[in-house]
Design a binder for this molecule. Structure first.
Ligand SMILES: [Fe+2]
Length: 213
């Protein structure tokens, strides 16, 4: 019905993650399943939009469904991608501080008065009330890093910026291990599991253009 086009374009990734500090394997297993749900929903939306497009047009009566499906893409796509960044920037026996002299740390130190103040800001963003994410982004046009709050999965992401450090602060990320009011403890646990080598790779994968905007 979609002209034979394979619209299942995303396959869930697997993450070799267990034995973290302060984040139980039970939480991780539940969280991987949730992530797989985002992958499935992303594929389903794409499939349904593709079915509407299969006759080459969007009829007037198809417009409401087409619009709603399209509006949901931001939620499902970002739900999928942000979880991949999140699981990808943790490891067993990760460190709680970015190594001195790393490109990431240098960028932090030139963007904030100090590494400690950057960390205070990142943790502060994570503690904000609401459902979402704390993300430290790199602006590829000037090498500046900044911390952002993302509501749900899709509101607040900055186009073209590169996520360097991604922390899920939805309650499902910690509710099996902590009380809802104990988000700060979870944030501390997250930071104790960060794989700074991955953050550094993300940093180094970007060619900072230094072009004036
Ligand atoms: Fe999550």
């Amino acid at each position: 019905m979609t002209g034979g086009m394979d619209t299942k374009i995303y396959t869930p990734k697997t993450f070799n993650l267990s034995g973290l500090t302060g984040i139980s394997d039970k939480t991780l297993e539940m969280h991987f399943k949730l992530y797989e749900g985002y992958v499935t929903n992303t594929n389903t939306l794409t499939e349904r939009i593709s079915a509407i497009l299969s006759d080459g047009k969007v009829d007037q009566e198809e417009m409401p469904a087409y619009s709603e499906l399209t509006r949901r893409l931001g939620f499902e796509y970002n739900g999928m991608v942000l979880h991949e960044y999140y699981f990808g920037n943790m490891k067993r026996q990760g460190g709680d501080e970015a190594p001195r002299g790393s490109d990431f740390r240098s960028a932090v130190e030139s963007s904030f008065p100090s590494y400690e103040i950057w960390k205070t800001d990142f943790v502060g963003v994570g503690k904000m009330r609401g459902v979402g994410w704390a993300i430290c982004y790199l602006d590829p046009t000037n090498g500046h890093v900044s911390n952002h709050w993302i509501t749900l999965h899709e509101t607040g992401n900055v186009s073209g910026f590169v996520p360097l450090l991604v922390m899920d602060v939805w309650e499902h990320a910690f509710l099996l291990d902590y009380k809802p009011s104990e988000r700060p403890k979870y944030i501390e646990a997250f930071l104790a599991n960060v794989d700074w080598s991955v953050v550094e790779k993300r940093m180094q994968s970007v060619q900072v253009t230094a072009a004036a905007r």
